[in-house]
Design a protein around this ligand. Sequence first.
Ligand SMILES: Cc1ncc(COP(=O)(O)O)c(C=O)c1O
Length: 499
Amino acid sequence: MTQAAALLAEYVLTELSRPDGPAGPGSGLPLNRRLYEALRRALLDGRLGPGDRLPSSRELAQDLRLSRNTVVAALEQLGAEGYLVSRVGSGTYVHDQLPRVRAGTRPPPRADAAHLPGLSARGQGLVQHHSARDLEIQPFTPGAADFSAFPVALWQRLQNRHWRAARPEMLDYTTSGGYGPLRRAVADHLRVSRHVRLEPEQVLITTGTQQSLELCARLLADVGDTVWMEDPGYWGAIKAFTACGLRLHPVPVDDEGWAPPPASAPAPRLIYVTPSHQYPTGAVMSLARRHALLARAAEANAWVLEDDYDSEFRFDSAPIASLAGLDDDGRVCYLGTFSKVLYPGVKLGYLVVPRAWIEAFRQAHYDLHRPGQLPLQAALAEFIEMGHFATALRRTRQTYAERRARLLQALAPVLSLPGVQITGAAQGLHLCLRLPPALDDRAIAATLAAEGISVRPLSAYALARQDLRGLLIGYGYAQPALIAPCAQRIVAVVQQALG
Ligand SMILES: Cc1ncc(COP(=O)(O)O)c(C=O)c1O
């Protein structure tokens, strides 16, 4: 068996044996359908690329210990759906136009490659790509805040007050991009703590970063335009851009964050970055790179989307000033969220747009989303004005700093292993444990998941890169008593994987 065939067989056998997986024994599907599903996943996951040759049906049957009829039925189905092509006398190959899942590395899905009848090609692309939906909140889930500590009683009192006083116009849609006092409170906060130069008119209240991204993509780019995406990068942004029909061009991230791509890279219309704490590696973009990025954006006449998702939580030093604060050209849209300091289900975030676009964005926001929820926004404005937001921030920052310190201490032994290091621990709610490229981070994460420890393999965030191995470990939600024992298991599993 060749090494490629062995890897494919191993992947397929794993998929076939995962009890709750779509190809697993619990799916209730006949074996040929399960095999079809497992092979399709191998293709969409990038285990085989366009033009790659598959082992023959006889070899596959042997490697997988299945009947040849089962294998042939699965391959025929994949052929009929456009995933595979047979060349007489030569074998079976992955179609040159394999539907895109690793965004930017392959062409978009073809409508005739549909396997979910009725979904558009864009819909196929969306549902086939990795999703964060299975990201159940567990002690080490990356990015999760400990919203269990949110002052619910106070919040309820504020909401009741605004509901009692609600005038009829508070029950209408909002045409001005959000409740005025909330936009003012956000502008004051950003001016002081993020050094963004802005007027409240530039702030739009949205339902969070997803909606802000989508609004920017719809207003600033056309279908088929290119967006430069950090590689590895944030799934939410990949989804939003894919849904808007944009092409993703992966730009590798290193220790200084986003590294400018060569001049030969496709010209961007949008550039998406997380400069304060790159998601997921945690790199902080250096000042030189920030200036280089703004210069490249100006050169290409592109717009920059700065996702500043967790900069409120910087532990050992003052927060890093925003990229938007360096923008003299009106090119940066700044995106923030209340998901981390309040709770994710509050569904409130903000988008700061350059002055020239205030009216266009307000109108599009109104036409596309019919924004409302003014009593909720009024309660939040008061929450901020009365100093509760600052208190919540101080308290949660302290909580996360302690959890981070415990986690770092418990992970310390792993740092003596060759090729292992921690990045991104200075800020936010997660850190990244980098592993040597030879290790299989997905297998390590799966082993830990089986023990109830939910960490994410770094390679799952890659767009085009093959060299990324690591574990994203969240500490925001981790209860202190669980941190040391869970971290010790992580250390042990990594140690074992290293042999
Ligand atoms: C990079 C990044 N941006 C934004 C968000 C938050 O987005 P939202 O406001 O849609 O909850 C997250 C959440 O984990 C994130 O990781």
